[in-house]
Write a protein that binds this ligand. Structure first.
Ligand SMILES: [Fe+2]
Length: 294
């Protein structure tokens, strides 16, 4: 049983947009009874070597919402991603909608404000976002009610968003054969991640579960949808009743071998600002590289 306001009778239409460059899946979630919709985890394209930002992936989301006559009400980030840049402000400028993230964004801003030596003009109170979600907070998308579950572990600000019979896992879980996300970023914690995953697994077994990432392990095709029941039974890291001790040991050893995500440096600077690219003293977009700082 879950203490959250689950309503499996609400069945949003979910469309997935896979980003090849970062293996991220963005979603358009639409209320079947109105024009209202939301975007979960958008992507802004970057050629980091060239310092060039483009918007092909975001434009595809915008084009689809325009085509369906959708009214964009929310642009939600499941967390501060370290492997891709959010396109939230670009999309908001074109279609409106409120940008929301977990309220523990403040912890992430505090940590990385120091790493990137941000001045006092960089607010660490989450004010760059339109809404800060706490555990159990609800919100409306047309006639649908969504709610946020606080699921720290991968990062301190992670939330899983549940809208009717569809849950957006962020980086708590991967597909059953992909396991779970790393827990070794600053503020991450493998034990907390295990507890958060267990919380997600208290949702009904037939809850649709949508991933933020997929890497097609063992050569299988890219996939992004599973269910709570499938994860419970088959997830290679937590399924079949694996204990917290087993998980923490495995996760910690595995994380020690993982390379730093290619786009972590630009991603953090942009995503902790709700997707805005920082600017230099002349107001021009500019990114920093803290040498040996991460
Ligand atoms: Fe992530």
């Amino acid at each position: 049983m879950t203490p959250y306001p689950v309503n499996m009778d609400v069945r949003p239409a979910v469309e997935a947009f896979f980003d090849d460059a970062t293996n991220t899946i963005s979603y358009i979630v639409k209320d079947p009874t109105s024009e209202a919709c939301a975007i979960i985890d958008s992507v802004m394209d970057i050629d980091y070597a060239a310092g060039r930002i483009t918007y092909d992936h975001a434009d595809a989301l915008i084009a689809r919402i325009t085509e369906m006559g959708g009214k964009l009400e929310w642009i939600i980030e499941t967390h501060v991603h370290a492997d891709h840049l959010s396109a939230a402000p670009y999309i908001q400028q074109k279609l409106g909608g409120k940008i929301g993230v977990g309220e523990k964004i403040m912890v992430v801003q505090e940590t990385f404000g120091k790493v990137f030596n941000e001045g006092t003009e960089f607010q660490r109170d989450g004010s760059q976002f339109d809404a800060l979600f706490k555990d159990g907070d609800t919100y409306e998308i047309g006639n649908m009610q969504g709610f946020a579950m606080y699921t720290p572990g991968h990062t301190p600000a992670c939330m899983v968003h549940v809208i009717g019979n569809a849950a957006f896992a962020g980086d708590t879980l991967f597909m059953p054969d992909g396991g779970s996300a790393r827990a070794d970023f600053p503020g991450g914690d493998a034990g907390e991640l295990y507890d958060s995953i267990q919380k997600v697994l208290t949702l009904p077994d037939d809850m649709r579960l949508f991933m933020c990432h997929d890497y097609g392990p063992n050569g299988r095709d890219i996939a992004w949808e599973t269910s709570v029941g499938e994860e419970k039974a088959h997830n290679i890291h937590v399924g079949g009743g694996k204990t917290k001790e087993e998980f923490v040991k495995f996760r910690t050893e595995r994380d020690a071998q993982l390379a730093v995500p290619k786009l972590i440096i630009p991603s953090l600077q942009v995503n902790m600002r709700a997707g805005e690219v920082p600017t230099d003293d002349n107001g021009n977009p500019m990114l920093k590289v803290p040498v040996n700082g991460l």
